[in-house]
Design a protein around this ligand. Structure first.
Ligand SMILES: [Zn+2]
Length: 123
């Protein structure tokens, strides 16, 4: 195996591992979690002195400059939203890593999924 094909093989393996570790694409969401405590405004309510009513959890997403969407999350949806946000980050990180691997493969002029010019390999 030449040095070039050894490098290519290693990069292709890295890329395969990155692809295999990805969470389901359908289970992603962009945004951030925000926790709020609300004051109801009643003069006699305990929230006047304490931290307020809550916590209430929101998914906050910036859609464009100055425009955000906020979704009040139920207790059941909070861990779902956390998971989706985490998945989104993992996809984003993987995109950058695979992109870096592919830049190196392009430099090595390896286009296909497998190394073509390697004897004794099937597929
Ligand atoms: Zn209150």
């Amino acid at each position: 195996m030449t040095k070039r094909s050894a490098q290519a093989k290693k990069l292709l393996e890295q890329r395969q591992i990155l692809a295999a570790e990805l969470p389901p694409f359908a289970e992603i969401v962009r945004g951030s979690l925000v926790t709020r405590y609300r004051r109801c405004g009643k003069a006699t309510c305990h929230c006047r002195r304490g931290p307020g009513h809550g916590p209430a959890h929101y998914l906050v997403v910036t859609l464009k400059a100055g425009k955000t969407e906020q979704i009040l999350l139920s207790e059941e949806m909070l861990p779902v939203a956390r998971q989706f946000l985490n998945n989104y980050k993992r996809w984003w990180t993987a995109l950058e890593k695979v992109s870096a691997v592919n830049r190196r493969l392009l430099r090595l002029r390896v286009a296909s999924r497998k190394i073509d010019a390697e004897p004794g390999r099937r597929g």
